[in-house]
Ligand binder design. Sequence first.
Ligand SMILES: Nc1nc2c(c(=O)[nH]1)N[C@H]1C(S)=C(S)[C@@H](COP(=O)(O)O)O[C@H]1N2
Ligand SMILES: [Mo]
Length: 369
Amino acid sequence: MTATETDRGRARVADPGEGIGLDELALATRNHGLPLEALRYDVTPPGLHYVLTHFDIPAVDPATWTLEVTGAVARPLRLTLADLRARPAASARVLLECAGNGRARYEPRPVSQPWLLEAVGTAEWGGTPLAPLLEEAGISSDAVDVAFTGTDHGVERGVEQDYARGLPVAEAMRPDVLLAWSMNGAPLPPQHGAPLRLVVPGWYGMAHVKWLTRIEVLEQPFTGYQNATAYRITADAGDPGEPVTRIRPRALMSPPGWPDFMTRERFVRAGAVALSGRAWSGQAPVTRVEVSTDGGTTWADADLAPADPGHPFAWRAWTASWDARPGQAELLVRATDATGEAQPVAQEWNRQGMANTLVQRVPVTVLER
Ligand SMILES: Nc1nc2c(c(=O)[nH]1)N[C@H]1C(S)=C(S)[C@@H](COP(=O)(O)O)O[C@H]1N2
Ligand SMILES: [Mo]
């Protein structure tokens, strides 16, 4: 590493051909993904949901923990978990995806948590809506952003910080934004933010602040590290770029057949093979899922399960049938949403490896019957 590469705020990009380092492996073993066969569940069992934690999972005593609502409010609040639980209950089935999903597929590779495709999951988050709490606190009519701070603390690219994210006030006031204390009907597990996390349906994972302890209403834009420096789509280190916000459309396939232990290469027997997976977008409903079984030369529409109005931010199932002939095949899947955005088949690189929705490719060996 050169001095420039360790400059405050700058992420390193791997040299051409440089393999995954022990630093990236250490992150990957802490922050696990969704095994792709778990795409089969409408609601991801908690241990199979992906996990991403920048620093350490903090020690939090729920009995003494409090949530502070402060800043540009007429009546600052301090609430215990019991105070929050006494408020109106709400729940939502929400897909979470890390903005770094797909990062390790970029060439050159931005050095950070090396996700391939699996930083995703869908859970039933239970808690209470945020907006009425901000109203009760007397949120300023000049509010611009609302900052959410977790109790976890660390240093990232030379900057010591509590994990904190700002959210535009219009998003924070959406009726479906939750302060959540349960996941799939059970208390939040430590790794998912116990005792309380934010859930912002449709946004990439970084917005869903875990171990939430402080909410501060701001009359000017939030300039904290995780908004101003991290989570930006930038061409190079000097470019401030665009903030990462909503989840872009993606479809994933449960790889068919059976895997090789080491290589994860797939095998099926010739004949009719049922293909299935999930598709989602946080921007707009998914309108189309297409599958290619010939390496991307031809595409056919998959059957997409109808949108469930009860769960607008959950993933949707898709299925397709494949007449597999002996030999080598490469399967691809791509989603399009109602904004017209479709997943790219060639990479659209950015320096921090954010929101890479490059299509999934699944090589398969088709055996004689
Ligand atoms: N306090 C805090 N909240 C956080 C994070 C964190 O490191 N600290 N990571 C964020 C990121 S980058 C993601 S992708 C999601 C992951 O949520 P999960 O671990 O529950 O899947 O949490 C977000 N909330
Ligand atoms: Mo993330």
